[in-house]
Write a protein that binds this ligand. Structure first.
Ligand SMILES: CCCCCCCC/C=C\CCCCCCCC(=O)SCCNC(=O)CCNC(=O)[C@H](O)C(C)(C)COP(=O)(O)OP(=O)(O)OC[C@H]1O[C@@H](n2cnc3c(N)ncnc32)[C@H](O)[C@@H]1OP(=O)(O)O
Length: 190
């Protein structure tokens, strides 16, 4: 498969020896639309000004995500804010890791290469994959193309997710975090 990294190629990725991840037996099948994981998630939830990202499982354990850049997402006039684009890749990569490996994890490190401007009104087509697993360390990467699955690459990203216990979310976040996640899943997939 063609490298996902372009200029990132000079740095070895993953940076440590990893095992090739097998998708979890309960990972969604190719063609499945992925449910939002939480209604108040800025990436995939029903949040005003959010990304409203939509994702689907593709062939070869690739996850395809899309979102359209709105006026609420600007940095420079008419252009997507870089941090907002990083957020989009955090979401797409996190969803890829969560759905394929079904291990609770948080982003430890996220790197982005911005290679083309992304203007308001454009749709980013993001393709993401899990690259390797080393114990609790889960490595993933993605690229985002402008306005079509085969459009020009605008952003590349790679990230380390670290597996955590479910208590991470209830201790550091909302004590009811897990029941809220579950309620959201039940409403979406009754
Ligand atoms: C059943 C399951 C679910 C299925 C569901 C499917 C549905 C879809 C699911 C989900 C979609 C989700 C979509 C959301 C996407 C957005 C995600 C976010 O935005 S997450 C928020 C931002 N991130 C944080 O808030 C983390 C804050 N940081 C921490 O809490 C800690 O620092 C943590 C947990 C990352 C690590 O802390 P420690 O104490 O547990 O572990 P230590 O030992 O420090 O690190 C473990 C290993 O990782 C390396 N590491 C950690 N951070 C690193 C870094 N920045 N760079 C390099 N290595 C790092 C360390 O060197 C260590 O490696 P060595 O084991 O020693 O080899």
């Amino acid at each position: 498969m063609k490298s996902y990294f372009g200029r990132m190629k000079s740095t070895p990725w993953p940076p440590v020896e990893t095992e090739t991840p097998a998708p979890h037996p309960d990972a969604p099948q190719a063609g499945t639309k992925l449910a939002m994981h939480y209604e108040q998630c800025f990436g995939c939830g029903e949040v005003d000004g959010g990304l409203h990202m939509r994702s689907a499982m593709g062939e070869h354990a690739l996850v395809h995500s899309q979102f359209t850049v709105t006026e609420a997402h600007q940095g420079a006039p008419g252009l997507a804010h870089g941090g907002l684009l990083a957020c989009a890749f955090d979401e797409a990569l996190g969803s890829t890791v969560g759905n394929l490996l079904r291990r609770p994890a948080v982003t430890g490190k996220l790197e982005t290469d911005f290679v083309r401007p992304v203007s308001v009104g454009s749709t980013l087509f993001i393709t993401a994959k899990v690259d390797g697993v080393a114990g609790r360390k889960l490595y993933a990467s993605a690229e985002g193309r402008l306005d079509a699955e085969d459009g020009p690459v605008a952003v590349r990203a790679r990230a380390l997710f670290v597996e955590v216990s479910f208590e991470h979310f209830t201790t550091h976040g909302d004590p009811d975090a897990m029941s809220k996640f579950q309620q959201a899943q039940d409403r979406i997939n009754p």
